[in-house]
Ligand binder design. Structure first.
Ligand code: SF4
Length: 136
């Protein structure tokens, strides 16, 4: 990572970095796009997403990472990930989402701007504060 970051600075170029390691991503990137089942579900600045996730999948990723500050088991996201071709109607994350309601299973959420970020979740305004608690 040190070599890559040095090259970015010295050559004045951008880098697209694909990872499941949100700690690393937040440390070395300016912007994040969180993808689930082939779709961007949340995008914005890395610092904002890391500090206040607005999509349940983002919060789940943060919750499931190992902690260097305390000894605890990571909390896994229940269920299994799906490929883009497996997504049926509704929100692709609904089978694994603790906040899913009937609308989620029937109608795929469009991404819209919430708190200056692009988020694809029907219930983001209702659940944002609960996501924050789960991710910390
Ligand atoms: S739209 Fe519904 S199922 Fe999908 S992430 Fe939001 S709350 Fe969960």
């Amino acid at each position: 990572m040190a070599i890559l970051l040095e090259q970015i600075r010295d050559r004045n170029v951008s880098m697209l970095f694909v990872t499941h390691d949100l700690d690393l991503a937040a440390a070395v990137t300016d912007r994040l796009a969180v993808m689930y089942a082939g779709t961007i579900v949340e995008s914005g600045t890395s610092a904002e997403i890391y500090q206040r996730p607005l999509h349940p999948y983002t919060a789940g990723l943060l919750q499931s990472r190992p902690s260097t500050a305390e000894v605890r088991r990571p909390i896994a996201i229940p269920g299994r990930p799906i490929a883009a071709y497996e997504a049926e109607q509704g929100c692709p994350f609904a089978p694994r989402c603790p906040f899913a309601v009937d609308r989620c299973r029937a109608e795929r959420p469009d991404r819209r701007t919430v708190e200056g970020r692009s988020v694809g979740c029907h219930r983001v305004e209702e659940i944002a504060d609960q996501l924050m608690e789960r991710a910390t």
